[in-house]
Design a protein around this ligand. Sequence first.
Ligand code: SIN
Ligand code: FE2
Length: 213
Amino acid sequence: MLDLFADEAPWQEPLAEGAVILRRFACADARQLLGQISLLADRSPFRQMVTPGGYTMSVAMTNCGDVGWTTDSHGYLYSPIDPLTSQPWPAMPTIFRELSDAASKAAGYPGFAPDACLINRYAVGAKLSLHQDKDELNLQQPIVSVSLGLPAVFQFGGLKRNDPLKRVMLEHGDVVVWGGASRLFYHGILPLKTGQHSATGEFRYNITFRHTR
Ligand code: SIN
Ligand code: FE2
């Protein structure tokens, strides 16, 4: 089907203090990003991690960059080694760096230099419960989060788990950047609805760039 909006110019929507949605910001790079994800996953495959509490996460994950977010029996950690392959995580592709650079600048966080990149893959029903991104040592740096493929509902709250939640649909090419006053705000993804996307089939992918040290 002809997509009349394929060349739509990106626009910005404020989400909270320090947080903004860059709508369609990654559309132009989407094919290349997805190609790179496929290559990265050949080296460090997607896997459903088990939380320290023994719960198997519904989202499948992998990483690239100097360190990757992972779990072990003790907790959550950033590790230079992929525990599945016992090899270092693949390097961050240039197109990833360029996108992270452009998005962080557009959101008002110039100079963001991520050393970690978590890649999430959502199949139908997969979700990410409300959580804070707080395993990074440097909380001055924002989180840059890129959505690809099927849409999903993103919940964005406050510093307390029971603060009121905003619910926004994140679509193919949308980039959310949060830092400053909202860096530690609770957020999550509601269960993915079934669907078909021309670029990703039955999946949603999310790439988050983080500065961990
Ligand atoms: C995350 O919180 O790490 C990812 C959120 C998303 O999938 O959009
Ligand atoms: Fe998160």
